[in-house]
Design a protein around this ligand. Structure first.
Ligand code: HAM
Length: 448
């Protein structure tokens, strides 16, 4: 019904379409940078032993509600949820950790070599207020390490191993950022302990009591969160709350022995790997599944939405979704923000254009131009072949507009002698050469 209504409305108004608020088209030459970033992620993650998972864009709403938490902003306010025709509720994925855990259980991946290392890239959907670096369809590059606890394993003796895994995952993101030349990436870490009375649960009680005392001086969001999710108050950016928050009890002083030991070991492991970090006791993250290690990375040039990566440990999530007791740690990078930061720093300089523009005139020259174009493209060069002949002056103007590097001029002379005229467009110099010589020149001078 709604589709039919929209159709008749359209025919009446001839509506001009625009991308839906918070979504956007990614266009060339920017998409070259997107591809380079994604290619680099595949290469770097591959060197750490990660394989790619591609999960569906939509999943049962319940999967996200149970994983991320019903009281979180993401599930409570930001999901695109709708009833399918059989009336089951489905949601566009707001993140992919829940999907990866679902897939881990569904495909019996606990029986695969452990720990299992997976990465993903693709669009996520959250109905947030759009602003610079914040979109309703945005892209993440993420990775997860999952390991099902074997009988007789787990507990305190696993702490050094878990901490090494945490540190290696963080090292991998930092290596990726360094490979891209991202400047000013700053890593912040924290431990939020685990859900037990002698650890986070006890701390949250203390925090709640402290917050109740200062309630009247807090803004409406934080006041509401005292009841729903007191840890999130620590996340507040509200200027007037900063001094109050600074005086609140700190989780690092309330971690149980194992969690404290794990946190200390993560720091030691990071140092061993030469990964620089700052501790931030207010880093609690916005999703419920986290325990122990949490981290975020900020980058330059992004304004208020400067978190370019967030992640942490989520032991227990697979079990919560019906699987075996399983440990997990991972992260997701906001690709839109990563690209923005690279572009702001002048690292986005995608070399659009063509390597060669083939300027041809005459029927015989067209056949030669097509054959030359095919061979140059097979050799991997970007070649523009105009579909109809152009006067040489016009062709060179066209080549300039496309930022071509060389114009290959093919007229009757060139066809007859087999020697091509090659014009270098930046300096206007011109030379005659054979096809083999031109290919050699391209190989030497054009970076593929
Ligand atoms: P998250 O912190 O919700 O974590 O998102 C990770 C990153 O995605 C953020 O740091 C940000 O760069 C980007 N991001 C989030 N929302 C938006 C938006 N509306 N527009 C643009 N970028 C955005 C997660 O999603 C977890 N699943 C990460 C994880 C994986 N933890 C463990 N494994």
């Amino acid at each position: 019904m709604r589709v039919a209504g929209a159709l008749s409305g359209l025919m009446a108004n001839r509506t001009k379409f625009q991308a839906i608020k918070g979504t956007r088209d990614l266009l060339p030459p920017d998409t070259e940078l997107w591809n380079r970033v994604e290619q680099t992620a595949r290469e770097v993650f591959g060197t750490f032993g990660f394989g790619e998972i591609r999960s569906p864009i939509f999943e049962p709403t319940e999967l996200f509600a149970r994983s991320i938490g019903a009281d979180t902003d993401v599930v409570g306010k930001e999901m695109y949820s709708f009833d399918d025709r059989d009336e089951t509720s489905i949601s566009l994925r707001p993140e992919a950790t829940a999907s990866v855990c679902r897939a881990y259980i569904e495909h019996g991946m606990h029986a695969w070599p452990q720990p299992l290392k997976l990465y993903y890239l693709g669009p996520m959907f959250r109905r947030e207020r759009p602003q610079k670096g914040r979109y309703r369809q945005f892209y993440q590059i993420g990775a997860e390490v999952l390991e099902t606890v074997q009988p007789g394993q787990g507990g305190t003796k696993d702490i050094p191993k878990d901490a090494a895994v945490d540190a290696e995952v963080i090292e991998m993101v930092m290596t990726f950022f360094a490979r891209l030349g991202l400047e000013g990436a700053q890593l912040q870490i924290n431990s939020i302990g685990h859900a037990a009375e002698n650890c986070r649960r006890g701390y949250v009680q203390k925090l709640k009591a402290a917050l109740e005392k200062v309630k009247d001086n807090l803004g409406p969001d934080s006041q509401r969160r005292i009841a729903t999710n007191p840890l999130r108050v620590l996340d507040s950016k509200l200027e007037s709350e900063q001094a109050i928050i600074a005086g609140l009890p700190k989780i690092s002083e309330h971690l149980c022995e194992d969690c404290a030991m794990q946190y200390a070991e993560v720091k030691r492991q990071l140092a061993m790997r030469g990964v620089k970090y700052a501790e931030n006791w207010r880093l609690v993250r916005g999703l419920d599944y986290y325990m122990r290690t949490t981290f975020e990375i900020t980058a330059k040039g992004l304004g208020s939405q400067n978190a370019v990566c967030g992640g942490g440990r989520y032991d227990g999530l697979v079990e919560l979704l019906g699987g075996l007791p399983t440990k997990g740690i991972g992260f997701a990078i906001g690709e839109d923000r990563l690209i923005l930061s690279l572009q702001e720093a002048g690292k986005g300089g995608a070399a659009a254009g063509r390597d060669v523009f083939v300027a041809w005139m005459g029927e015989k020259a067209q056949a030669a131009a097509i054959a030359a174009t095919q061979r140059l493209r097979t050799a991997g060069f970007r070649v523009e072949l105009p579909p109809v002949e152009q006067k040489f002056g016009k062709a060179l103007g066209h080549a300039d507009k496309l930022s071509a590097r060389y114009a290959l001029i093919l007229g009757e002379d060139e066809v007859a002698t087999g020697l091509w005229t090659v014009k270098t467009l930046v300096d206007g110099s011109q030379a005659k050469m054979s096809e083999a010589e031109f290919l050699e020149k391209l190989r030497n001078e054009v970076k593929k």
